[in-house]
Write a protein that binds this ligand. Structure first.
Ligand SMILES: O=C(O)CCC(=O)C(=O)O
Ligand SMILES: [Fe+2]
Length: 354
């Protein structure tokens, strides 16, 4: 049987305090365990002296999928930013609001109910603290629920008598966002202008073999936002991530070298945020930026919800720079990269360099 992405985590089980989130609802102040200082946000060589972003969000490209020069725009956005907002994507605002409200419904449940779908120590799916948390000395102001495949079994555990709606909404959304991801990937690969793409079928798989995960994120309202960090700086591992952030839910920021700092990716009505992940960075031989991003806790008493969809090749597919005369990354299996990332986080990509 071919491997799955979840298997990548078997070798590295996490202790319970890196799985079970704190009961945010019971806190009147930010505990020391969740207070972040400049030195806590160092990722590799990148130090982040302040949580205040440098630029305004107008800098982030907006790409309309209906525009005649869409390939050129996608290529430029991937090369200069590794992140863009996409409009004309075909997913209605009603569908996005429905997913968002089902995510809110889940996170509003008491801790003991959410614990019924707790992530296992050696698993990738379920409810819990972000897996990257184990690399940092402080905890994030965040709880997440990762769904891989159908959400029906989870929904039955959470709402034994009322599971159908949550499951229908999540599964229908996954179908739509998978189609969109596939379409975007084909366009992004075309934008690379690689003359022959022999591996397109394995790197841009049919829906039956793709590795995908739906990640519901919740950043509870915080008594002192300046002390807390929603999600620490990281890059996403797969090819692309398609993210819906709730309206008015500010906080996502992306690091941009040329801009010289963190830039907010503010919610734009009916737009989805797309970011380049590590595997697309490799396919493009380093040309497309795997966007380093984080989430700040922006405002007191405003909670934030986002829904990310990670899209990648089959776990046993091989990835290598496409059509590159001088490849700077070696060929590797997707599942091996996910294992390496679970051990090394931000160093994983450079370990794959030739
Ligand atoms: O909540 C967000 O805006 C970003 C979430 C994210 O980066 C992730 O789930 O990997
Ligand atoms: Fe992310």
């Amino acid at each position: 049987m071919s491997p799955t992405i979840s298997e990548a985590y078997r070798e590295l089980p996490l202790p319970p305090h890196h799985i079970v989130p704190i009961d945010f609802g019971s806190l009147k102040s930010v505990p020391f365990s969740h207070q972040w200082f400049a030195s806590d946000t160092q990722v590799g060589k990148l130090s982040t002296p302040s949580l205040k972003p440098r630029l305004d969000s107008h800098a982030i490209p907006v790409v309309d999928l209906a525009s005649p020069d869409v390939l050129e725009r996608l290529g430029r956005a991937c090369e200069e930013w590794g992140v863009f907002q996409v409009v004309g994507h075909g997913i209605s605002s009603e569908e996005l609001e429905e997913v968002e409200s089902q995510a809110e419904r889940f996170f509003a449940l008491p801790p003991e109910v959410k614990a019924r779908v707790l992530r296992s120590p050696d698993g990738g799916a379920g409810y819990g603290i972000a897996r990257i948390s184990s690399f940092f000395s402080k905890f994030m102001w965040h709880e997440g629920f990762t769904i891989m495949g159908s959400s029906l079994d989870y929904a039955k555990q959470i709402w034994p008598h009322d599971y159908q709606h949550f499951s229908d909404v999540m599964d229908e959304y996954q179908k739509k966002v998978k189609n969109l991801s596939q379409r975007l990937m084909l366009q992004i690969l075309s934008s690379l202008k690689v003359s022959d793409l022999p591996e397109t079928s394995s790197i841009c798989p049919n829906p039956a073999t793709a590795s995908t995960a739906l990640q519901l994120n919740h950043y509870p309202s915080c008594p002192d936002p300046d002390l807390a960090l929603g999600l620490a700086p990281h890059t996403d591992s797969f090819l692309i991530t398609v993210l819906h952030q709730a309206r008015r839910a500010h906080g996502l920021q992306v690091f941009n070298d040329r801009a010289g700092g963190w830039v907010p990716v503010s919610p734009l009505q009916n737009a989805l945020v797309v970011n380049v992940g590590d595997l697309l960075h490799v396919l493009s031989n380093g040309r497309y930026v795997s966007a380093l991003h984080r989430v700040a806790v922006s405002e007191r008493s405003r909670e934030r919800v986002s829904v990310a969809y990670f899209y990648g090749p089959a776990a046993d597919a091989e990835v290598a720079p496409l059509g590159a005369a001088a490849p700077v990354y070696r060929r590797f299996k997707v599942v091996d990269y996910v294992k390496l990332k679970a051990r090394e986080l931000d160093k994983a990509m450079s370990l794959m360099r030739i």
